[in-house]
Design a protein around this ligand. Structure first.
Ligand code: FAS
Ligand code: PHB
Length: 395
């Protein structure tokens, strides 16, 4: 016999989307429970995104979790694009009046988990066989097993914040769901190293050997990526090979600054663009990677998850506290309008900066022309800048 629990919003997944939604709903006086498949320690250890849009910072401030971000985050007013050793700075401040903050997703997750603990709110981690049911009724449930016991979490809304490999999206009947996908013929091999970054700002490098990204987490921690075969494993890349490829793809001036410190984390990220429409089915709503994936080139994944939640939280407040269904009815179409713009930008940045397999010389020439045009045209630099710093949030 399953043990019955009740709440107003059952949130599936304790990544940034689920945690932020839980915090905003709590702040609005709406009870919620997070059900998470992994041990919380594993969630807290994940190394993922690194760049926050200004609007993301505003939402985290509104949630009351931005104090450490403001103390430790690095404000960046531009990035550099490098091509065959030449570099061009994209000046966000001058072109858009905006900036970004470099603050790891790992830290955002820690801040949100700490706020949730302070509020005494549950994260039911290590939940197995999680299954949202009765989604077209006004009392949907999330069934799950935890520490040997079966549970039935009765609620009014199920928020599917369970990422690309979660269960919630699959609970929408196939005939009601449209998906769009593009898989890229490469991946990213990323390392984290306790080494001074090679530059004050991020450098995105195109080279005939492949893409490289020189990012960071702090003035003493570098986050470095090289384009790799999509089937590569971290074991296929010794630290020496990573540093050799980084040096070969950026040119001698920056390469000379590479401190070849041992990696403390090494992983391969697959590259795909994916969108599921709609982001709602009955009392189930999707937010973040559960509904869409972007290649990380445009630093949009985490920021899109935050933008979804910034739209979803007030819509749930209107529905649950003011009995006004209109914002929730508009959620999916409004969120998707911005998602597709970020999908376009992430696809464009990825297509611009990565070395594609041989076999399409016309495409290769177009790519070089696009890079040259970016280097020479302020209009093109402004297009990149306004998308990178983040388009306005939907209201
Ligand atoms: P998440 O995937 O973060 O969280 C989903 C949560 O749901 C997880 O904790 C998972 O354990 C849980 N879950 C899954 N199935 C469940 C189930 N059945 N029941 C209960 N819980 C379940 N973005 C960038 O901008 N830059 C980057 O460099 C970058 N690198 C990335 C590297 C990797 C390996 C991955 C996977 C993603 C990366 N991203 C990056 C994108 C990433 O930051 C996401 O956009 C962000 O984590 C989205 O947050 P959520 O939507 O909360 O999904
Ligand atoms: C990172 O620091 O992890 C990072 C930064 C920018 C990106 C992708 C990843 O576009």
């Amino acid at each position: 016999m399953a043990k019955q629990l009740t709440t107003r919003v059952a949130i599936v997944g304790s990544g940034p989307a689920g945690l932020l939604l839980g915090q905003l709903l709590f702040n609005a006086g709406i009870d919620n429970v997070i059900v998470e498949r992994r041990p919380l320690a594993r969630v807290l250890a994940r190394i993922r995104a690194g760049v926050l849009e200004e609007s993301t910072v505003r939402v985290l401030e509104a949630a009351g979790v931005a104090d450490r971000l403001h103390r430790e985050g690095l404000v960046h007013e531009g990035i550099e694009i490098a091509v065959a050793g030449a570099r061009r700075r994209i000046d966000f401040k001058r072109l858009t009046g905006k900036k970004v903050v470099v603050y790891g997703q790992t830290e955002v997750t820690k801040d949100l988990v700490a706020a949730r603990a302070n509020a005494g709110l549950p994260i039911l981690d290590e939940a197995q066989d999680v299954l949202p049911v009765d989604l077209e009724s006004d009392r949907p449930k999330v069934l799950f097993r935890r520490h040997g016991e079966s549970f039935e979490l009765v609620c009014e809304i199920v928020a599917g914040c369970d990422g690309f490999h979660g269960v919630c999206r699959s609970r929408i009947p196939a005939e009601r769901l449209k998906t769009f996908e593009r898989i890229y013929p490469f991946g990213w091999l990323g390392i984290l190293a306790h080494a001074r970054p090679v530059s004050e700002e991020l450098i995105y490098a195109y080279s005939e050997r492949g893409f490289a990204l020189f990012s960071m987490r702090s003035p003493t921690v570098s986050r470095l990526y090289v384009q790799c075969d999509p089937n590569d494993t971290p074991q296929a890349w010794t630290d020496e090979r990573v540093y050799d490829e980084l040096a070969a793809r950026i040119g001698p001036e920056i390469a000379a600054r590479l401190e070849r410190a041992p990696s403390v984390e090494k992983s391969v990220t697959q590259m795909r663009s994916f969108v599921a429409e709609p982001m709602r089915f009955g009392r189930l709503v999707l937010a973040g990677d559960a509904a869409h994936i972007v290649p990380p080139t445009g630093a949009k994944g985490l920021n899109l998850a935050v933008a979804d939640v910034a739209l979803l939280a007030p819509a749930l407040v209107a529905f649950l506290k003011e009995n006004d269904p209109r914002p929730l009815d508009a959620y999916s179409s409004k969120a998707l309008a911005r998602v597709w713009k970020a999908e376009r930008f992430s696809w464009w940045m990825t297509s611009l900066l990565h070395k594609f397999p041989e076999g399409d010389p016309f495409r290769d020439r177009l790519q070089r022309a696009e890079l040259d045009y970016l280097f020479d045209s302020e209009a093109m630099q402004k297009v990149l800048a306004e998308n990178y710093v983040g388009l306005p949030l939907p209201v």
